[in-house]
Ligand binder design. Sequence first.
Ligand code: FAD
Ligand code: DLZ
Ligand code: SF4
Length: 525
Amino acid sequence: MASTTDKVRRLVIVLGDQLDPEADFGDDFDRDRDAVLMMEVREEATYVPQHKIRLALFFSAMRHYRDRLEKKGLRVLYSELTDRNNRGSFDAELGRWINKTRAKSLAVRRPGDYRVLEKLEAAADKAGLELERLPDPHFLCTVDEFADHAAERKTLLMERFYRWMRKRYDVLMDDDQPVGGRWNFDADNRKSFGKDGPGKIKAPRSFRPDDITKDVLAMVAAEFPDSPGTLEHFDYPVTHEQARQALKDFIKHRLANFGDYQDAMATGYPYLYHSRLSCVMNLRMLHPMDAIRAAEDAWRNGDADLATVEGFIRQILGWREYIRGVYWLKMPDYLDGNALDADVPAPDFLWTGETDMNCVHQSVEQLKDHAYAHHIQRLMVLGLFCLVAGVRPREVHDWHMSMYADAIDWVSLPNVLGMSQYADGGFLATKPYCASGNYINKMSDYCSGCRYNPKKTVGDDACPFTTLYWDFLSRNRQRLANNHRMGLQFKNLDRKSDADRRAIREQAQAIKEGLATRAYFAASG
Ligand code: FAD
Ligand code: DLZ
Ligand code: SF4
């Protein structure tokens, strides 16, 4: 193998979320003359503060991937974070490698982040080289196909896109009809746990750090002591083999109950029946079609019923691909969306968990420990609070990029700005996901351990979610008046007396002022 200082004809850049198992670096990749370039750069770890688990996951998975490629005989140029010469950002580091190798051409798959694409293009431009775009084997719908799909329709609906994808890939189909006669079993998937709680659930398979991961954990602890979160519980899959084991574990132990309890929450159960596969899919250690086919096989073998399997497949074949399509359709303008003019700064307790709202406290504590919260905690606790309080959507997105191991811009941004904060004015979600504390009370056990009462709107023990929910409806009455899916909620608002509305407005105002000073939410403990 050539040494790292030899000249290179072509540099193929592989980013931290591009660790595809069947790496194909283009038809004309020449092992003797070309090299793969991977860069650990400080800027990606600090442009927003990043959870320590997230940092360890990316660096460890990247180093394992480097070793995998080298074992296959590929030449890999790799910048470790603490290398003396590392220039610390993608553009500067790419410039350094271009100079060093006198590369004649550059290639990359579409990055998962518009910001990164701009940086790479700027560095290529500066060196007078073209940045060729390699085909992308990971996603099931290309950016162009999605744009065509969108162009053919007046309104873009996830459900329609999903049915198209089901037919296209022949997933859960009987000829051209959905198996079981229905496309969607969502209505069957909304159980909560009774008063006895969830009982015994097998947690996702845990992967003990090997030597590479141990080195990375030590590096992250030393280099980023002030990053949020803790490394104590790091047990994520960091190789393709481990990703496959994680999938197998989910199919065997949790898929059968995934659908029923998809929307439920319970204290002390970070994962419930969820798969925890988003990280391995987003870093591309697992292909989404492998997860889809494994779930479909479980149904065909009688190991899981159709409702649960359809529910799981819809998340990946439907939502995941749809979200990515929306990102590339709408970037870069999407980032600035703020359709509801939300202007409250993101509260500190999103990082610290120090609040006496038990649902928020539990969800953030779990985030600090695992860099993970499941979908309903994201949407109907943490996202919901920010929505009804009117927190600036961009700050919610930045916080999300900080705290979740699975956050990549293409998936975090539309989910946060669009689905959860309605900042795109309803492009992605047909109505805001707004609700009072009663929803959280119905779907979790959080309220029984909380000093607030989810049923109360005003007064010392009124649940802040409930106060802010009614205030949210009042504030946005005009803006959302034409949204027929909000009709019932506004009808209920109209039943409130003027005096009630005044009291709600005053209490909501006090909560929001408290968010800035944190006085209102002093931790109870
Ligand atoms: P499961 O509940 O087991 O679901 C299976 C898979 O379906 C997931 O692994 C994921 O790949 C896919 N999926 C489900 N819902 C979505 C969705 N809305 N968009 C894209 N994929 C989906 N997912 C991310 O991967 N990264 C993010 O940064 C992210 N940010 C989110 C922010 C908010 C406010 C919300 C509401 C959702 C976000 N999601 C994000 C989607 C979803 O919540 C996570 O994919 C899921 O919680 C990950 O846990 P899991 O692997 O156990 O998922
Ligand atoms: C999240 C992350 C981190 C922490 N570090 C790196 C890195 O050092 N090198 C890298 O290639 N990618 C990293 N990433 C992922 C990037 O922030 C970004 O999400 C991807 O480059 C998008 O394709
Ligand atoms: Fe959350 Fe309100 Fe329930 Fe407390 S009462 S846990 S703040 S929803």
